[in-house]
Design a protein around this ligand. Structure first.
Ligand code: SAM
Length: 302
């Protein structure tokens, strides 16, 4: 059998099982959608999208297209970054009246570098239920195929667009030991590679995950010193969607102890012990419990 003629999957028992699950009313369903390959939608997502009273979406045209491909037709409500607060009020009123509403973004998981977080916050604050339906997210998809071995990752998302701000921001990440995850627009991918090479060591490993789950998917790993040349080698590489992963700093215990201590002290001037420990753990890639204990000590010594 060729790789293009897989066996047909018919009447999956899971379809029936999904239909018999419970779908509470007065609930906001946060539904992840595919990041390129439409077949990556989950069975449960399809079921929820077929039964909700309305779908709140980042762009009604994109969501209408997705729904139509699956033969689904539900009322759509525009919920994008410019109207999230107002639309949250409308959604809350409808949920309080007992409706089920789905929240989707254009691609991937809503509220992850996408609109949705404000709506979720408002719905939860109104005491209503929010039920997530997991699915594709570009960050996790890229990490899974990167081969970068590290139990921790630090999700940065989009970098500042302006060169100086971008480099200043990147400088604050020099000592992060977790794998760093960036989202980048195609027209800035070259600038991103140049900025990373200017700030981090040339031997640091970087992974470009381009057009994930799509026809021209490419996942390329190289030292930072070779990144710019790789992008320039093919004009297509400044097109499409990118996740960029950067290996974390090697942990050098003596040095990073001092760094962690310094970072904790700064954070403690502005945050609670719990917040300081949590943020310091994200920045340094160190264990939160140990940082929490150290933060408590520092607070008591004050
Ligand atoms: N909410 C989405 C998620 O869960 O991944 C992210 C949305 S964000 C507005 C869009 C960015 O995600 C793109 O600029 C790109 O960096 C990344 N991205 C989305 N789809 C991708 C794909 N198929 N391949 C590579 N990167 C992708």
């Amino acid at each position: 059998m060729s790789e293009h003629t897989p066996r047909a999957i018919s009447a999956l028992p899971v379809l029936e099982e999904t239909a018999h699950q419970t779908y509470p009313s007065a609930t906001l369903y946060v539904v992840a959608t595919p990041i390129g390959n439409v077949a990556d939608i989950s069975v449960r997502a399809l079921h929820v999208l077929s039964l909700v009273d309305a779908v709140a979406c980042e762009d009604t045209r994109n969501t209408a297209q997705l729904m139509t491909r699956f033969g689904l037709h539900r009322p759509l409500i525009a919920a994008h970054q410019h109207n999230e607060r107002e639309v949250a009020e409308t959604l809350i009123a409808r949920l309080q009246a007992g409706e089920r509403i789905a929240l989707v973004s254009d691609a991937g998981t809503p509220a992850v570098s996408d609109p949705g977080a404000r709506i979720v916050e408002a719905v939860r604050a109104a005491g209503l239920r929010v039920l997530p339906l997991p699915g594709a997210s570009a960050a996790v998809t890229a990490l899974s195929a990167s081969g970068l071995v590290n139990d921790q990752f630090y999700f940065v998302g989009f970098l500042p667009a302006k060169a100086r701000q971008r480099e200043n921001f990147l400088s604050t990440l020099r000592t992060v030991t977790a794998t760093m995850v960036f989202y980048e627009a195609p027209h800035r991918i070259l600038d991103c590679a140049t900025a990373l090479a200017a700030v981090f060591e040339p031997e640091r490993e970087v992974v470009f995950a381009r057009e994930l789950t799509k026809m021209f998917e490419e996942i390329h790993r190289c030292p930072l010193s070779e990144a710019e040349a790789w992008i320039r080698a093919d004009a297509h590489r400044e097109k499409g969607e990118f996740v960029v992963l950067l290996a974390g700093a090697p942990s050098q215990d003596g040095e990073s102890d001092a760094d962690a201590e310094r970072i904790l002290k700064i954070l403690l001037t502005e945050c609670s012990v719990k917040q300081a420990a949590s943020l310091a753990a994200q920045i340094t890639g160190r264990k939160k419990n140990a940082l929490y204990d150290r933060a408590l000590q520092l607070k008591q010594e004050e």
